[in-house]
Design a protein around this ligand. Structure first.
Ligand SMILES: [Cu+2]
Length: 163
């Protein structure tokens, strides 16, 4: 094969394509620009910047209390999550689509625990917190994805207002 100037530029173009493909694959779920872990539902927040603290209780009645919250776009909120029941519970933030995908995974691997931002699993009587910045207007859903809990109604929604 004879390397002419045009074959070389073709090779460069192919290499550039391959590189951009790899970058895309490494991106976040939203396929966005990956600004410090920003996702379709926002990103982990800095506690010092939290404008509010909201306590959410998780009970064996398979309910979150409160289950409907409203925040402002851009707001960082400290969510104190309390498990007031006798069973293990969790709170996972996500888009409806992400939560449903995760629910399927949890059915296959029931022992699965989360150590990811935006998710917390708590033993009975324990409490923990999630500091989250809601960067996009819309709805951020949350759910307990332990087997049977979501199905029993253990879910909620956070409305993110434009301002
Ligand atoms: Cu639960």
């Amino acid at each position: 094969m004879k390397f002419t100037r045009s074959t070389i530029s073709q090779l460069f173009a192919m290499a550039a394509l391959a590189a951009s493909g790899a970058a895309f694959a490494a991106g976040n779920h939203a396929g966005g620009h990956g600004d410090e872990g920003e996702t379709a539902i926002g990103k982990p927040g800095v506690a010092a910047k939290a404008s509010r603290t909201i306590t959410i209780e998780m009970s064996d009645k398979m309910r979150f209390t409160p289950s409907d919250l409203t925040v402002k776009k851009g707001e960082t909120v400290r969510l104190i999550v309390k498990n007031t029941g006798q069973l293990k519970h969790e709170l996972s933030l996500g888009t409806q689509e992400e939560l449903m995908e995760h629910l399927e995974q949890m059915k296959k691997f029931p022992g699965m625990e989360h150590d990811e931002p935006g998710k917390i699993t708590l033993e009975p009587g324990k409490q923990g917190e999630i500091v989250w910045q809601f960067t996009k207007a819309g709805v951020v859903d949350f759910a307990c994805l332990l087997p049977g809990h979501y199905e029993a109604g253990m879910k909620g929604a956070i409305k993110v207002g434009r301002k």
